[in-house]
Design a protein around this ligand. Structure first.
Ligand SMILES: [Zn+2]
Length: 276
């Protein structure tokens, strides 16, 4: 399952391919949408925005194509007169004179107007999207102080898309590690310094993951390990997927637990269980 940073990279690629040029082709696999495709010809994609794992393409006439990739959805790009070789089923094609952006195998595609964007159930539920909203750590810390989040354990809260949209399973472990927090801790138990540490860890790791294509470990350490011949899977994360291996900072073996039904990794020294 792609997490927020992966979707944000996809959004940038879609924008690079087809934004700000008149659409010469708009094609939907679903007949109820295809009936409306003609009206979108010669409109332009003016913005491509993520909301967690959803992608919103804003068109110049005010309409919005909403897609949610679920597990298998995949965007591919090509020259407008060609189609990539793939066994996948095409669901949506947007082409300008220069380029096509093609969505395959997605489960959800909707065509909505600005009014429906405001009342869309998924969009109403979605929490703060750190990437698309471009908020700074101080604004994230404000969001963390919302009373409705205060009493839930961080290990659960961080997977809830109404909290920080786009945080998935690897980011949950990595953010908690960088902030030095145990998954059983709750926001109400944290002092201002720890709230700030959590906000800045979320900000830093989401953006780092966008820039590196999913590597959350320190840039300097990553470069050194790469030069020493380490494989990407071994240097990619601080703790995620590293059960039994030594913490990069303190040499303690990383432990694996199940929290909210999914695997979570942490360093027992950096993220101790809080005193009762
Ligand atoms: Zn450690």
């Amino acid at each position: 399952m792609p997490e927020g940073p992966e979707m944000y990279r996809v959004a940038r690629a879609v924008a690079r391919a087809v934004a700000n040029q008149p659409l010469r082709e708009v094609w939907f696999a679903f007949p109820h949408l295809q009936r409306r495709a003609g009206a979108l010809l010669n409109q332009r994609v003016v913005e491509v925005r993520t909301l967690g794992k959803a992608l919103l393409l804003h068109l110049s006439d005010g309409s919005v194509i909403y897609t949610h990739n679920q597990l298998y959805g995949r965007w591919l790009f090509s020259a407008p007169d060609r189609r990539p070789e793939t066994g996948r089923q095409l669901r949506l094609a947007l082409s300008t004179q220069q380029r096509s952006a093609l969505l395959y195998s997605a489960s959800t595609i909707e065509l909505i107007d600005a009014e429906q964007v405001r009342s869309h159930p998924f969009l109403l539920r979605a929490g703060l999207d750190i990437l698309s909203s471009n908020v700074d750590p101080a604004a994230i810390a404000e969001w963390l102080r919302e009373p409705r989040f205060a009493r839930r354990q961080l290990g659960h809260l961080l997977l809830d898309q109404s909290f920080l949209a786009g945080v998935g399973n690897y980011l949950r472990s990595e953010i908690l590690y960088l902030a030095g927090l145990h998954p059983s801790q709750r926001l109400i138990d944290l002092d201002a310094a720890k709230i700030a540490a959590l906000a800045s860890a979320a900000h830093e790791l989401m953006w780092r993951s966008v820039e590196t294509g999913g590597v959350t470990n320190d840039a300097a350490r990553t470069a050194a390990l790469k030069a020493a011949g380490w494989r990407r899977s071994d240097y990619r994360h601080f703790v995620f997927g590293r059960e039994g291996q030594a913490c990069f900072e303190c040499d303690q073996p990383i432990v694996r637990e199940t929290v909210a039904g999914r695997r979570l990794y942490r360093c027992p020294l950096h993220q101790p269980e809080p005193a009762a």
